[in-house]
Write a protein that binds this ligand. Structure first.
Ligand SMILES: [Zn+2]
Length: 240
């Protein structure tokens, strides 16, 4: 008897002549590798299920060399993301984050945020990098290292100007409390942190942030990710 999981395809490697090994991020079991047999032909029945972003119900059965996908009920391929190079890079960055982080403590919420992010990216026009920045801010919050704060996390005064992020702890501090491991955060970036920490994904299309500020903030979040989780994100096409 197989087991059914709800999952998003993170990435895949070709194996043998026509098989594909895929990394799934599933609601039920977290990240798991499974094999799709004979899917690399044009007429293969499950060919959509081998592509990154594909979201569906997967039936897995235990084989000799690990799990085998025996059928897939595709919910959404998010295929349109691959038609736009900028969306494609941003979508890939979302998948890279999921592959690099230990999500087990908050798997359900992180899974739902990933699906919501892919939906917005795929079917709506929002400023470049906004979905990625929102997903990262939420990820930090869910994993207990949220960034947004109205007050300096060190001395408690209200934050208005001269705001810094202290990478030692991933928290916002004032100019009096900054350390050598701190970096200044501009007013525009602070405003993005505040607003994106407070609104839901469905409201992303109503914001009007500048692409430059979103990109500056994204770089700060990537640095903070590396400081918090000891993992470096490549974000191909965006950072490199
Ligand atoms: Zn302070």
């Amino acid at each position: 008897m197989g087991r059914k999981i709800k999952a998003v395809v993170i990435k895949g490697n070709n194996v043998k002549e026509k098989d594909k090994s895929i990394l799934l991020f599933s609601l039920e079991e977290g990240k798991i590798w499974a094999t799709l047999k004979g899917v690399r032909g044009e007429k293969a029945k499950m060919k959509y299920a081998k592509e990154p972003f594909c979201f569906g119900d997967f039936i897995l059965e235990e084989g000799k060399a690990g799990d085998i996908v025996t059928s897939v009920d595709v919910i959404e391929t998010f295929h349109e993301i691959t038609n736009d190079i900028n969306k494609y890079f941003e979508g890939n960055a979302l998948l890279e984050i999921v592959s690099q982080v230990d999500e087990s403590a908050e798997r359900y919420a992180i899974f739902m945020n990933l699906v919501k992010s892919l939906k917005i990216l795929c079917f709506h026009n929002v400023p470049k990098y906004e979905v990625l920045v929102k997903f990262m801010l939420d990820l930090f919050s869910l994993l207990g290292v949220g960034i947004y704060s109205k007050k300096c996390t060190c001395c408690g005064i209200d934050l208005h100007d001269n705001i810094y992020i202290n990478y030692n702890v991933g928290e916002l501090v004032c100019s009096q409390c900054k350390t050598f491991q701190s970096e200044q955060i501009g007013k525009a970036e602070f405003s993005i942190i505040k607003i994106l920490s407070e609104i839901g994904y469905e409201k992303l299309s109503t914001t009007k942030f500048s692409e430059e500020a979103l990109f500056r903030l994204l770089k700060i979040l990537v640095k903070n990710f590396s400081a918090r989780f000891d993992r470096n994100l490549k974000m191909i096409g965006i950072l490199s």
